[in-house]
Each structure stands twice: as structure tokens, then as C-alpha cells.
Write a protein that binds this ligand. Structure first.
Ligand SMILES: Nc1ncnc2c1ncn2[C@@H]1O[C@H](COP(=O)(O)OP(=O)(O)OP(=O)(O)O)[C@@H](O)[C@H]1O
Length: 207
């Protein structure tokens, strides 16, 4: 599903990641690691957001050779989402729907997941951290992408929302074969049916 080859990431002279080779089959993956170990950096690399040495491909599509096709396969939700204050959740949902060519039925169904309809008409400036997180996760689920990258998806979510998120990930993986990679300092396995644990240690990714 994902193939990493000779991946090296440095910030200045500081080596952050050195992953000679790694393959992800379809699945649900939890990446753990100490603060500053490189989890967010790896997710950003897989999302195509930051430069790196080496190669990454998803379903045979190389990020460097076919960046547009590659990005169409992937969704990303960041740990602490931020949106322009003046936009409403509904406007963002519409934007993602248009970009990802999703149906009204799909988007309406996703807005009922957490649910976010009661506040999506308001400007994002008025949202709490958890409300923003629910919006950002909902946006990342739009469009049937094959790989969904979630950076600390459980932070700021209440207990019910954590259960809803875990059930959604498990069901979507089972029904559509979507691969999820999530980073978390909390053990997410209590919310997930299946989950493969990986860790980043000494700048590399280990099973
Ligand atoms: N833009 C940047 N410029 C310079 N160094 C950076 C930058 N972003 C991250 N780093 C460094 O890269 C290393 C890995 O950071 P990263 O955010 O990937 O860690 P993490 O495992 O996600 O950490 P945490 O669990 O604290 O969120 C850290 O040493 C960090 O200081």
C-alpha cells in the first residue's frame, strides 16, 4: 500500500528520520514514540507536505514523480487544526466536497458522525478545541481517499467522540479497505477493532 525507500529527513544538520525501507500493507496503524521522535514529521512526509530525501509511493504512485495523483489518494488531519477565523464549518465542508468531488449524501452522512451540524454554520473562530477537531476529522474523511493520516486524532475529543472515531476508523477500514495511520500518545487500541503498532526510535520506524 505504502512503500518507503531510503527516506532521510533532516532539519538543518539535525537528522530526524532515517528509514532505509518500510512497507505498509492495508491496515490501521498506530505510530508511537517519545516527544520529538519524529511522528508528525513522518506523517507530514507521507502527506506530501514537506521535502525529504528518498522515495515514498502509495499504491504504486510515486509522491515525487506524480505529486497530484499521489495527493488525491491521501487525506490528512493535523494535531491542532487551525482555519481562517472568518470561514464557517459549512464553507469548509463545501470546499472539501468540491475538491474531492464528493456527493451531498456522503458529506451529510459524515456531518452526522460526531455530529457537527449544530455548530457548522458558525465561524470557526467561535469553536472550542474539540469542536475544531471534530470538524477537521470530518473534513479528512470526505472523498473516499485510500490513505488517511491522523496526527493525534484523540486529543481534545470527549469520551463519546473517541468511541465514535474508533468505530468509524474500524468500520471504514473493514468496508472500504481504507488504510489509517495515526500517531497518538494515548493507546488507541481500546477504541479500534484491529491495529498494528509501530514505533519511531533512534530516528527510524520499527515494527
Ligand atoms: N519546522 C521545524 N524546524 C526545525 N526542527 C523541527 C521542525 N519541526 C520539527 N522539528 C524537530 O523535529 C523533531 C521531530 O519533531 P516531530 O514534531 O516530528 O516530533 P513528534 O514525535 O511528533 O513529537 P510530539 O510527540 O512532541 O508531538 C524534533 O526534534 C523537532 O524539534
Amino acid at each position: 500500500m505504502i512503500a518507503i525507500s531510503n527516506l532521510v529527513k533532516k532539519y538543518g544538520q539535525q537528522l530526524i528520520l532515517n528509514i532505509p525501507s518500510f512497507q505498509f500493507n492495508k491496515g490501521v496503524y498506530w505510530i508511537k514514540g517519545a516527544n520529538g521522535s519524529g511522528k508528525t514529521t513522518l506523517l507530514k512526509i507521507l502527506a506530501g507536505l514537506i521535502p525529504f530525501e528518498g522515495s515514498v509511493s502509495v499504491e504504486g504512485v510515486s509522491q515525487k514523480q506524480h505529486p497530484l495523483s499521489y495527493r488525491k489518494l491521501i487525506s490528512w488531519a493535523e494535531a491542532e487544526p487551525l482555519y481562517p477565523d472568518f470561514l464557517t464549518g459549512k464553507e469548509l465542508l463545501r470546499l472539501y466536497q468540491q475538491i474531492r468531488n464528493a456527493s451531498d449524501a456522503e458529506v451529510n452522512g459524515l456531518t452526522r458522525l460526531f455530529p457537527i451540524n449544530s455548530y457548522a454554520g458558525n465561524k470557526t473562530a467561535t469553536y472550542s478545541a474539540g469542536m475544531l477537531k471534530k470538524l477537521s476529522l470530518t473534513l479528512s474523511f470526505i472523498g473516499g481517499t485510500r490513505l488517511i493520516l491522523l496526527d493525534e486524532p484523540f486529543i481534545t475529543l470527549d469520551a463519546d467522540a473517541c468511541k465514535i472515531l474508533g468505530a468509524y476508523i474500524s468500520a471504514r477500514h473493514k468496508e472500504n479497505g481504507t488504510t489509517f495511520i495515526l500517531s497518538s500518545h494515548q493507546d488507541p487500541r481500546k477504541f479500534l477493532d484491529t491495529c498494528t503498532t509501530l514505533s519511531i526510535q533512534n530516528q527510524t520506524l520499527l515494527p
